[in-house]
Design a protein. Structure first.
Length: 427
């Protein structure tokens, strides 16, 4: 989530943790322990085993050794190792805009009166806030991202960097700040790729989100509240293939997120664009939304949905979205019964009541021989069903890839091949 929150509605409001105005101000102050307590502290930590270090400062300024915490079980060790592995590649993204400078101006009545009359009038304000006509660059929000190439490519959410007039900067884990350029915003998904001028950067390892299981560990890392970088929270994968509608409280814009991962790992404002990782430290998703009226219901875009976008940027410098060129209805048991279809899964090639062609002329689907009324049952061996929407499956490929489609046409079963093209603008 970034700190301009997005919200999605599933029996309530879901917030995309996107770039939002900062909602937390202040600082946390830690009081230093004084010398009389150092002996007590050393005694307290003796039961723990592990490496020892010599500490300095008020806590142990006598040069005595303090033992580091050592995990008690393998699970905790795995969580700590996963965080250690991925954290160097997690970044904080700050958003800055030129905002008006507000000054106090005479209110036009009491402000122009002689001092004696002003005192007589008591607490009537003598000035009001007004726009000076000048602007200043000011940080207005923040989000998260993660480095996907050593030369500075960074993946984040599109809603984190949606403002084309804003300036963006990236704070890396080693404390360095870089100006960031938005290379591409995905027209079809809540994804964007940034570029910073650096080399030899640490990178994440992209996992396989298609193999996720309910209950497996999920770890979220990000710039919580836009100011606490590399905040870690852990939970489990709570649900798969969710569909949510998200809206931004800042702009009111809505978008539908398909096939997202549900997790109870805490995702806070500012986490948008940060990684959701498994126990190996592999990225399995991109944190993007939370249910604001619930406890611990967050959502992440599966990393496999982003891989084609990443490949596209690496090869072309922009995100080119693959395109098949059909309009369709997801086949359900209800639809199959009402239309007497031979199967209760797949995608029925149909334009419905749109008045448009079910198969777009001159599209890859038309070239492959797909016709209205066909049922596309699988793509490269993956069945099209409620968990694998046809559009989501196509999004995992790149422009120029050839896919094998199993198609039911009446009593016939056909094997057709389609070479995916770039999605036309506005389609």
């Amino acid at each position: 989530m970034s700190t301009k929150k997005k919200t999605a509605a599933i029996a309530g409001i879901i917030v995309i943790v996107g770039a939002s105005a900062f909602i937390f101000r202040g600082s946390i102050v830690a009081r230093a322990a004084t010398n009389p307590f150092s002996t007590f502290w050393n005694d307290l930590t003796q039961p723990f085993t592990g490496r020892t270090v010599t500490t300095s400062g008020n806590l142990a300024n006598t040069g005595t050794s303090t033992q580091l915490y050592a995990p008690d079980d393998q699970y905790e060790s795995d969580v700590m190792a996963a965080v250690k592995r991925v954290s160097p590649a997690v970044v904080s993204i700050t958003i800055s805009e030129n905002v008006p400078i507000i000054e106090n101006c005479p209110n036009g009545f009491s402000g122009n009166l002689p001092l004696g009359f002003q005192q007589f009038l008591g607490n009537i304000p003598t000035s009001t806030p007004c726009n000076s006509g000048q602007t200043q660059l000011q940080q207005v929000g923040g989000g998260s991202g993660f480095i996907i190439s050593p030369d500075g490519l960074i993946l984040t959410n599109k809603h984190v960097v949606s403002d084309t007039t804003a300036q963006y900067s990236v704070l890396t884990n080693d404390g360095k700040t870089y100006k960031a350029t938005v290379l591409a915003r995905d027209p079809n998904q809540d994804l964007a790729v940034l570029k910073i001028n650096a080399t030899g950067l640490p990178t994440v390892t992209l996992g396989d989100s298609n193999g996720l299981q309910l209950g497996q560990t999920a770890i979220a890392i990000g710039n919580a509240l836009g100011q606490f970088s590399n905040t870690v929270s852990a939970g489990v994968v709570s649900g798969l293939e969710r569909t949510v509608t998200a809206s931004s409280p800042d702009t009111g814009a809505e978008e539908t997120l398909n096939g997202v991962i549900q997790t109870d790992a805490a995702i806070n404002p500012g986490n948008s664009g940060g990684p959701l990782v498994d126990l190996r430290g592999d990225v399995i998703g991109i944190d993007t939304a939370v249910a604001s009226n619930a406890q611990s219901i967050g959502f992440a875009i599966p990393i496999n949905q982003a891989k084609s976008a990443i490949n596209s940027v690496e090869s072309t410098g922009q995100i080119k979205v693959p395109y098949l060129g059909v309009r369709y209805e997801p086949v359900t048991a209800t639809l199959a019964s009402s239309k007497k279809l031979p199967v209760s899964y797949g995608a029925l090639v149909s334009a419905g009541n749109t008045g448009k062609a079910a198969v777009v002329p001159n599209s890859p689907a038309a070239a492959a021989g797909i016709k209205a009324g066909d049922i596309i049952e699988s793509v490269d061996g993956t069945q099209v069903n409620s968990n694998n929407d046809l559009g989501n499956l196509i999004d995992q490929y790149s422009v120029g890839d050839t896919v094998t489609l199993i198609v039911a046409r009446g009593t016939q079963m056909l094997t057709l091949k389609a070479t995916l093209a770039e999605r036309p603008a506005g389609s």
